[in-house]
Design a protein around this ligand. Structure first.
Ligand code: NAP
Length: 283
C-alpha cells in the first residue's frame, strides 16, 4: 500500500446520489493507495466556508456537484475550460491556491476518442441537442477539436442563442421542427438534454435520417443504454455513451489528488453499470 493518507470528497446538496465515491474508491483499491474519498453534504449557504476550510479538513481536493458548480467557479481560480463552461466540477490545491477545472470537456472527448478512434479526422458538422451546462462543455470540446459547423437545438431557443453569442461562428441555432433537416448531413449527433433519463420523457429523434457514417453520443448515463443509443446501434451507427463519459471525466481529479493516472477499465464500467441498474431512481 502507498500510505498517502490523502483524502478527497464530492461536495453536493444533496450528495447521496453521486457515483464519484464508487469510482474513486475502486481506483484507490486497484492502485493500492491508502487514500479516502468521501461524500460531503454542504448546503448552498455553507459552501464558501466549507471551501475556505477544505485544506484544514484534510482534503487535497474535491469534486463539486449540483447545485454548487457555478459557485465553486467563483470561489476558486479556474482554468480556461472551467471559465468557458461557466462551471467547475474538480478542485485541487496549487500551493495554497484553490484551483478549479471542468472535466466534462475531456470526459466527453476522451470517451469519444476511446469508442470511435479518429472520429475528429474529418469531423464535418455536428448537431447538439440541449443548451444547459453539459452542452457548454460539449460545445467547447468540439470547437477545440476543429468542428466548423455546429447546429444547436434546444427547447428554449433563447438559451441556445446565448451559447451562440458566447461561442460564436461555428454555432447555428435551429428549432426542433428543423431538426430532421439538420440530421441529414450531421456527422455527429450529441444529446445533452435530460430526455431519455430515467424518470424523464423519452427523446424522440429520427435516427433513420442520419447519414450512415454518423456517430451518435448520448450524455445520459441512467439508463446506460438509452433508446437513442439502442436505435443508433440497430442502424449500424457508431456510438459513445454517457457512462463512458462519466468514467473518463473522473480521471484527472484522481490523478491530481492521488498522483496516479487511473485507467477506465471494463471492470470499473461493469461496477458502475450494475450500481445504476440496481438503483434506478438515482438521478
Ligand atoms: P441542465 O443544465 O439542467 O440542462 C438540461 C437541458 O435539457 C436543457 O437544454 C433543457 O432545455 C433540456 N430539457 C430538459 N427537459 C426537457 C424536455 N422535456 N424537453 C426538451 N428539452 C428538455 O442539465 P445539464 O447539467 O446540462 O445535464 C444534462 C444531461 O447531461 C443530464 O442527463 C446529465 O445527467 C447529463 N450529464 C452527463 C454527464 C456524464 O458524465 N455522462 C456529465 C454532465 C451531464 P431547456 O433549456 O429548454 O430547459
Amino acid at each position: 500500500m502507498t500510505a498517502t493518507g490523502r483524502a478527497a470528497c464530492v461536495i453536493g446538496w444533496p450528495v447521496e446520489h453521486s457515483r464519484s465515491p464508487l469510482i474513486h474508491t475502486y481506483w484507490l483499491r486497484r492502485y493500492r493507495i491508502a487514500g479516502e474519498y468521501r461524500r460531503e453534504a454542504v448546503p448552498p449557504e455553507g459552501l464558501a466556508a466549507f471551501l475556505a476550510s477544505l485544506a484544514g479538513r484534510g482534503y487535497v481536493g474535491a469534486n463539486v456537484t449540483v447545485p454548487h458548480k457555478e459557485a465553486a467557479l467563483a470561489l476558486s481560480r479556474p482554468d480556461d475550460r472551467a471559465r468557458a463552461v461557466g462551471a467547475a466540477n474538480t478542485l485541487w490545491f496549487d500551493g495554497a491556491t484553490l484551483r478549479s477545472t471542468n472535466t466534462d470537456v475531456e470526459g466527453f472527448l476522451n470517451n469519444l476518442d476511446a469508442g470511435v478512434p479518429r472520429w475528429d479526422r474529418d469531423p464535418g458538422s455536428a448537431v447538439v441537442l440541449g443548451a444547459g451546462g453539459a452542452a457548454r462543455a460539449v460545445i467547447y470540446g468540439l470547437i477545440t477539436r476543429g468542428l466548423k459547423r455546429l447546429v444547436l437545438v434546444n427547447r428554449t431557443r433563447a438559451r441556445a442563442e446565448l451559447l451562440r453569442q458566447q461561442f460564436g461562428q461555428p454555432i447555428e441555432v435551429a428549432s426542433w421542427e428543423e431538426l430532421d433537416a439538420a440530421l441529414a448531413d450531421a456527422a455527429l449527433l450529441v444529446n445533452t438534454t435530460t430526455l431519455g433519463m430515467q424518470g424523464q420523457p423519452e427523446l424522440e429523434v429520427a435516427v433513420a435520417r442520419l447519414p450512415s457514417h454518423a456517430i451518435v453520443a448520448d450524455l445520459v448515463y441512467a439508463p446506460a443504454r438509452t433508446r437513442l443509443l439502442v436505435d443508433a446501434q440497430a442502424r449500424g451507427l457508431r456510438t459513445a455513451d454517457g457512462l463512458g463519459m462519466l468514467l473518463h471525466q473522473a480521471v484527472r481529479g484522481f490523478a491530481l489528488w492521488f498522483g496516479k493516472m487511473p485507467e477506465v477499465t471494463p471492470q470499473l464500467r461493469a461496477l458502475v453499470e450494475a450500481d445504476i441498474a440496481s438503483q434506478p431512481a438515482k438521478p
